[in-house]
Design a protein around this ligand. Structure first.
Ligand SMILES: Cc1cc2nc3c(=O)[nH]c(=O)nc-3n(C[C@H](O)[C@H](O)[C@H](O)COP(=O)(O)OP(=O)(O)OC[C@H]3O[C@@H](n4cnc5c(N)ncnc54)[C@H](O)[C@@H]3O)c2cc1C
Length: 369
């Protein structure tokens, strides 16, 4: 950065903002990441399931269906190259009723359309053999699903950004930006002091706050900014290794992938996320949800001991569709959508945003070139 001028500003040091900044830094672009919090990834990028998704759930032609399978492959390659802790666990999507079995066929068709490899139907006996505690009628086996240490991933992205001369400015809140002669003149509140930084490109990867950032970009037409809805996902932890080695997912609903059995890298079991539509951001996990969790889990893990389930953490999905309105997709807007050069706004980057971070970064880079 020279004299408060930088080629590219990325707003938000979550996993997506950092992946984008890394892509620009590796392409020899002078990049600055602005982050309001005192460190990276504290909002949604560490409040998730840490799953490397295969890309089996997304509607044909959606951005998620395009970016997730590519992101999955890029992420495994990245983890191998930079030794990011991860485990390719594989997962079972289990049907516990005949209606759910029909839904498995739809998921298989969708995933084949999206080019997901290796997914197949397996029998109840096959699942029992691999996971003796799990009950189902049949299942889909998805071999390319895994789990990752998302903090280690973000630290690695930061290392690459800084190696290439880019920087991250923490405690720096983006306030507003005015476009003068194709240059973004952005006001940033940095350690309580307001400063102005000019840039050629501005990329809004502020997650739950992306809409708020867009309101502060003067000359951006308000009608291009989508409404945001918050869908909290709560988790209940067991703190135990139950000798389960695969991720176990029920059949999904339109707002979430269902109350799945997740694993951390120490193979401890947790359950969630559920869906709780909220009006204001808060991360409390209400223990009155325990019964809903217990009923959901019992369908595929009948031996679960209720007393093991303890309220854990939560994360909030930045949904672009409200309850009952159907599935949300990612929305990534460039010049074609808002008619402003060198500006990209990312909205609705919910799951599988972690998995797709590298493919989203490539997509954004291509939009600006
Ligand atoms: C419950 C849950 C489970 C999930 N599970 C998975 C999963 O298993 N696998 C998967 O692939 N994806 C999953 N996701 C999705 C994934 O976590 C997100 O897509 C991803 O973390 C989004 O990253 P981001 O960088 O866009 O946003 P964020 O992580 O929210 O980062 C945005 C950053 O912008 C900063 N910011 C905001 N306003 C300003 C401002 N004015 N100035 C400066 N900085 C600002 C924030 O402080 C924040 O750090 C899950 C999400 C949820 C909610």
């Amino acid at each position: 950065m020279t004299d408060n001028f930088v080629d590219t500003i990325v707003i938000g040091a979550g996993v997506v903002g950092l992946a984008i900044a890394r892509k620009f830094a590796l392409s020899k672009r002078d990049v600055l990441v602005i982050e309001e919090q005192s460190t990276f990834g504290t909002i949604t990028s560490t409040r998730n399931s840490g799953v490397i998704h295969a890309g089996v759930y997304y509607d044909k032609d959606s951005l998620k269906s395009k970016l997730c399978p590519i992101g999955n492959r890029l992420l495994y390659e990245y983890c191998d190259k930079y030794q990011i802790p991860h485990i390719n666990t594989g997962k079972f999507i289990v049907a516990t009723s005949s209606d759910e079995s029909k839904e498995l066929q739809n998921i298989l068709n969708q995933s084949q359309d999206a080019g997901v490899e290796g997914i197949k139907f397996v029998s109840k006996g096959y699942v029992k053999n691999k996971e003796p505690l799990i009950e189902c009628l049949e299942a889909l086996y998805v071999p390319t699903t895994g789990i990752i240490d998302q903090s280690a991933l973000m630290r690695s992205y930061i290392g690459e950004i800084e190696d290439k001369g880019g920087s991250i400015s923490f405690n720096s809140k983006f306030l507003e930006s005015e476009i003068v002669n194709d240059i973004f003149q952005s006001k940033i509140l940095c350690n309580e002091e307001e400063i102005e930084i000019n840039s050629n490109n501005l990329i809004n990867a502020a997650g739950l706050y992306a809409q708020e950032i867009s309101q502060g970009i003067k000359s951006l037409k308000q009608e291009t900014i989508p409404q945001i809805y918050y869908a909290k996902g709560n988790y209940f932890d067991t703190g135990r290794n139950l000798n389960i080695k695969h991720l176990i997912y029920p059949v999904p609903n339109e707002a979430s992938l269902g109350l799945h059995l997740g694993l951390d890298l120490g193979m401890q079991v947790r359950f969630g996320p559920d869906v709780e539509w909220i009006d204001e951001i808060n991360y409390d996990v209400n223990d009155s949800r325990l019964d809903i969790f217990y009923r959901g889990i019992k369908k595929y893990l009948p031996s679960i001991d209720k007393s093991l389930l303890k309220p854990g953490y939560s994360g909030i999905r930045p949904k672009l569709k409200n309850k009952g309105q159907g599935k949300s997709d990612f929305l990534i807007q460039g010049t074609k959508e808002h008619n402003i050069n060198n500006l990209v706004n990312l909205y609705g980057i919910e799951s599988p945003g972690l998995t797709s971070s590298l493919s989203i970064a490539n997509y954004v880079y291509d939009l600006l070139h």
